[in-house]
Design a protein around this ligand. Structure first.
Ligand code: MG
Length: 245
C-alpha cells in the first residue's frame, strides 16, 4: 500500500490510499491535481535526520573522503515542503543544489535499536530533495544556513510500505525533464539497518520522523523556475518548483 495526506475540499486533513494522481479517503476518491484538494507532506516529522556521503560517487564529486561512520545532520520541521510546492531559494547565493534521496519514515518510537530489528521501526519509504545552499554549507560547520532553510526538504508524494519498494530501488532526479541523478539502494555505503542503529544510539526517533539516506552523484545547481522531479521506485514521483528569493 501507499498512503498520502490531503487537505480535502472542506479543509479537513485526511490520510488515504494513494494511487498516482488520486487519494481515496473516507469512501471518496480525490484527484490530487484538482484545485480543491491539496496534497500535503505524507508525514509530520519532528525532525529529519539526513545522511551525508552515503554514496561513494557523490563523496568523490564534492572532493570529500568516504566516512568510516555515517555523517549525520538535521533538517527541522520548517524545512518540509509539500509535493507540488514552490521552494524559495535563499537570496543572493551563487549555488543551491538539488539532491535526490530515498527517505524512510519511522513508524514506532525507536531508541537503541539493533540493526537486526531496525526494519520493525520503518513504516515505509518516500522521496526527498535535500535542497542544499552550498555557499553557506561550505562556510559553516553545522550546515544550518546550508541545509535547514524554509522549504529545504520537499517530501512525498506518499509513504510506500517497505514491501512496495525493492531492496535495489532506483532513485532518479530530473530538472525540467532532463535526468541529472540516477542510482539505486545498491550503492549505499551504510544500509538502512546500520543507519537506524547508529542514529538511535544517540537520539530517539519518533513516529513520523524521516531519515534521508544521502544522495548519489550528479548533484547540480537550481535556478529560478526550474521544475524538479525525484522518483523512487515503488514510491512514485515527488515534484516541486523553485524560485529565486
Ligand atoms: Mg543530502
Amino acid at each position: 500500500m501507499r498512503y498520502a495526506r490531503i487537505r480535502d475540499p472542506a479543509g479537513s486533513v485526511r490520510r488515504g490510499a494513494y494511487e498516482d494522481g488520486t487519494v481515496t479517503a473516507g469512501g471518496e476518491t480525490y484527484d490530487v491535481d484538482a484545485d480543491a484538494v491539496d496534497l500535503l507532506a505524507p508525514c509530520e516529522p519532528s525532525k529529519i535526520v539526513c545522511v551525508g556521503r552515503n554514496y561513494a560517487d557523490h563523496a568523490e564529486e564534492l572532493g570529500n573522503e568516504v566516512p568510516d561512520r555515517p555523517l549525520l545532520f538535521l533538517k527541522p520541521p520548517n524545512a518540509v515542503a509539500t509535493p507540488g510546492s514552490t521552494v524559495t531559494l535563499p537570496a543572493g547565493k551563487e549555488r543551491v543544489d538539488h539532491e535526490a534521496e530515498i527517505a524512510f519514515v519511522i513508524g514506532e518510537q525507536a531508541r537503541d535499536v539493533a540493526a537486526a530489528d531496525a526494519m520493525d521501526y520503518v513504516a515505509g519509504f518516500t522521496c526527498l530533495d535535500d535542497v542544499s545552499n552550498r555557499d553557506d554549507q561550505n562556510e559553516e560547520q553545522n550546515w544550518v544556513r546550508g541545509k535547514a532553510f524554509d522549504g529545504a526538504a520537499p517530501i512525498g508524494p506518499c509513504i510506500a510500505d517497505p514491501e512496495h519498494v525493492p531492496d535495489d530501488a532506483a532513485v532518479e532526479l530530473r530538472v525540467n525533464g532532463e535526468t541529472r541523478q540516477s542510482s539505486s539502494r545498491d550503492y549505499f555505503m551504510f544500509s538502512i539497518p546500520e543507519l537506524v542503529e547508529e542514529i538511535t544510539t544517540y537520539m530517539t526517533l519518533e513516529p513520523g520522523d524521516v531519515v534521508a539516506t544521502g544522495t548519489p552523484a550528479g548533484v547540480g545547481p537550481l535556478s529560478d523556475g526550474d521544475r524538479v522531479e525525484v522518483e523512487v521506485e515503488g514510491v512514485g514521483v515527488l515534484d516541486h518548483e523553485v524560485r529565486q528569493g
